[in-house]
Structure formats: C-alpha cells, structure tokens
Design a protein around this ligand. Structure first.
Ligand code: 1GP
Length: 244
C-alpha cells in the first residue's frame, strides 16, 4: 500500500467497488480471525474492519489486530464502539460520529475522549458520518439513535449531506449488525444522489444478491460481518458480487 489508507481506498474506488470484512472482537478469537482474514484477502476483500458496539479495547483488541495483520496484507481499520477502542497496531481508524444519535456523547463527547488516544497511537483518522437506519439492532440501542426511517429516504439523505458539509469524508449507512433486512435500495439511492463522498453500506447483508443490490443502488463499499463469523466460505461469492 502506497500513501494513506484513505488514498488507497479512493484509488481502489476509481477502479471498482469495495468490500470490507468486519470482525467483532467479542465474537471471534485472534486465531480464527487470522485464518478468516487470510481467506478473505484471497477472496478479494479490500480491508478489514475491527470493532463492535461493546467498545472492545486493550490487550484483547491489540491481539486481534496483530493476528489479522500477521495473516493478511490488506489495511486493518478500526471501527470503534467507543473512545477506548484504539489500538496502535491498526493502520487507520474510522473517526465517526453517530449524527442521528439523541445523545451528544455519541456525536462529539466520545470523540473528544478518543482524540488524544488516537493521536498517541499515531493512527490515520478518517472522518465518517455514521447513520443508523431501522432496525438499528445493538448499535441503534447502545448509540441511542433516532433510527432513520426505512420508508423516508430523504431524512437519511439530509443527514448524509450534513455529514459531508461538516467535513466527513465517508458516509456509512448502517442497518445494524444481524439486521433481518439490509438498508433498502431506495434509501441507498437517495443518499448516494445527495452526496459526493464514498458511501459505505452494511448491516444484514448475507447473500451475493443483497450485496449486488446494495452496489446497484449506489453503495461504494459493502461491509459484511455476521456472515463471515457464521460461514466464511460465503465470502468469495459476496465479494465477487460487489466487484461485478
Ligand atoms: C455492522 O454493518 C456491519 O456494523 C455489518 O453487519 O454483521 O449484519 O454483516 P452484519
């Protein structure tokens, strides 16, 4: 990888849509993450996200990131559940704000608490608007989100554009890990039409058809987590669907 992780992502996006593999530190051991990371890289995943709503941190997080780094060469990017989910072993961190939270803790305070730890870890911080769509699942509950209605795409688009105008360089539409249905295509398309920054979509994507539908609607980056924990062999077909 030449340059920053963000430059790498943007250069890759000029060529094709991207797939990110998500590992939740609460759901996977370093040894199995290493094995899955190696096969995910072989299958063409573009980066590995590490994080979960429970704010996993400390030696456990470090061990997981190090195991993944030892097994693959794609960027490892933190997807923090809170201010302590920082590891100096990662390549970058999604420095995110739940713009549709009701609680300012999740919009700016946890970011203030995490800012110096991120600096001390010398992590590349990529500012991201994190928007939680119905049903929201665990992150919707923990993050005290005013869940974005699936049937009202204009509301999600307004938040996404606000995120862009606030300087965020990624927008993430999140249905919640394990959601019964992914973010609806109409909502993805409405958000995509409103913004100029890359659009990340995740939550409830378990099949190649769902991944293809997200990309067809406008997703630039598709994230899958749960399916990787349940059946890592499903990843190759999902990645192929994302990359068309
Ligand atoms: C969760 O969007 C991600 O933050 C991935 O969701 O676990 O449902 O794939 P899944």
């Amino acid at each position: 990888m030449v340059g920053t992780v963000e430059q790498h992502i943007n250069a890759s996006l000029a060529r094709h849509k991207l797939h990110f593999t998500l590992f939740d530190p609460d759901a996977i051991t370093p040894a199995s993450a290493a094995g899955i990371a190696a096969s995910a890289e072989k299958a063409g995943t573009d980066a590995i996200l590490v994080g979960g709503s429970t704010n996993a941190a400390g030696p456990g997080l470090d061990a997981l990131v190090q195991a993944i780094k030892g097994a693959s060469s794609v960027p490892v990017i933190l997807f923090p559940g809170g201010a302590s989910a920082v590891s100096p072993h990662a390549d970058a961190i999604l420095f995110m704000s739940i713009l549709n939270s009701r609680n300012p803790y999740f919009i700016t305070k946890s970011q203030a608490l995490g800012a110096f730890p991120v600096k001390a870890a010398r992590l590349e911080a990529i500012p991201m608007a994190y928007l939680v769509v119905e049903p929201g699942m665990t992150v919707g509950y923990i993050g005290e989100a005013d869940l974005l209605p699936r049937a009202k795409p204009a509301i999600a688009a307004a938040y996404a554009l606000a995120g862009q105008y606030l300087g965020m360089r990624l927008v993430y539409l999140e249905a919640g890990s394990g959601a019964g249905e992914p973010v609806p295509q109409r909502l993805i398309a409405t958000v995509k039409a409103a913004i100029d920054v890359p659009l990340v979509v995740g939550g409830g994507i378990r099949t190649p058809d769902q991944a293809r539908a997200a990309v067809a609607a406008g997703a630039d980056i598709v994230v899958t987590g749960t399916i990787v924990e349940e059946d890592a062999s499903a990843l190759a077909a999902i990645i192929a669907a994302v990359k068309g």
